[in-house]
Design a protein around this ligand. Structure first.
Ligand SMILES: NC(=O)c1ccc[n+]([C@@H]2O[C@H](COP(=O)([O-])OP(=O)(O)OC[C@H]3O[C@@H](n4cnc5c(N)ncnc54)[C@H](O)[C@@H]3O)[C@@H](O)[C@H]2O)c1
Length: 260
């Protein structure tokens, strides 16, 4: 439309509720939304992580501590947050971890724990924030999935399966909530150089992995946060039920040798 600004994220003074705000993708999301002018409720199981995120954005932030795999913890934080910052406009689920091991050697406990670590919190966030957004007639939810849910996930099979389930749930929620004005999407990162990943990988292994990525490097947490910001914003007003892959081209590669 002539005269309308090309870039209007429409996030200033909006209320963003981020679940899992540790010093990786979550913290980057918190800072990115705050830079766009939003108020950010920072929820984490680790009180220090929630407080550190708020310290990073000052008066635009509020810290909440709880376990996102418990519906009541999330509901209590969400309801308190709305009294501070108003209704939640955007909910972002960043929580997710894996347990490593060959699938045939995983015990029931690891299988169940992996699913809880990767999925239950999203089901809970959808029930809490999705319901409130539906009642209000607008809102946006973004989940952090993984390319491990789109391709194979050697040595983290339960995580890959749970992330695949998360992307399925994103599509289902998009269908169920679309008529109520609520959009639901996912971002699927490839390898992201968070402090956790940095501590886990030797430099040699990191360099070998980076050599397999068309863009030649791991993602930064900011790379992922910007994709989350895009999907949450009005720039993505007609996008729902989608997974945006942010992997430097890793999953786009030709599977066979290019040599004749
Ligand atoms: N780092 C990567 O390379 C990578 C790649 C693909 C996908 N991902 C996904 O990105 C997301 C973030 O990854 P990260 O490396 O930044 O993780 P991270 O471990 O640094 O951060 C996760 C945060 O969630 C919090 N948390 C864990 N369980 C919780 C619970 N039950 N309730 C509330 N908070 C809880 C943790 O305290 C932590 O602050 C995850 O979903 C992960 O699966 C990461």
């Amino acid at each position: 439309m002539p005269g309308s600004p090309l870039i209007d994220l429409a996030l200033a003074d909006k209320h963003v509720f981020v679940v899992g705000v540790g010093n990786g993708i979550g913290r980057a999301c918190v800072c990115t939304f705050a830079a766009a002018g939003a108020n950010v409720s920072c929820f984490d199981i680790d009180e220090a992580a929630a407080n550190a995120s708020v310290d990073a954005i000052g008066a635009q932030g509020r810290a909440f501590t709880g376990d996102a795999s418990r519906l009541d913890d999330l509901r209590a934080a969400h309801d308190t947050a709305t009294t501070e910052f108003g209704p939640v406009d955007v909910a972002v689920d960043v929580v997710g971890e894996t347990r490593w091991g060959r699938t045939i050697e995983l015990g029931d406990d690891v299988w169940e724990e992996s699913f809880d670590l990767a999925l239950r919190h999203f089901f809970n966030l959808a029930r809490v924030a999705g319901r409130a957004m539906s009642d209000r007639g607008r809102g946006s939810i973004v989940a952090i999935a993984s390319v491990s849910g789109l391709r194979s996930a050697p040595l983290h099979g339960a995580y890959g399966a749970a992330k695949a389930a998360m992307m399925s749930l994103v599509r289902t929620l998009a269908m169920e909530l679309g008529a109520n004005g609520v959009r639901v999407n996912a971002v699927a990162p490839g390898a992201v150089l968070t402090p956790r990943v940095e501590a886990m990988m030797s430099e040699d292994r990191r360099a070998a992995s980076a050599a397999n990525i068309p863009l030649g490097r791991f993602a930064t947490p900011d790379d992922i946060a910007r994709a989350v910001l895009f999907l949450s914003s009005d720039l993505a007003s007609y996008i729902t039920g989608q997974t945006l892959i942010v992997d430097g081209g890793a999953t786009a590669q030709f599977p066979l040798s290019l040599r004749a």
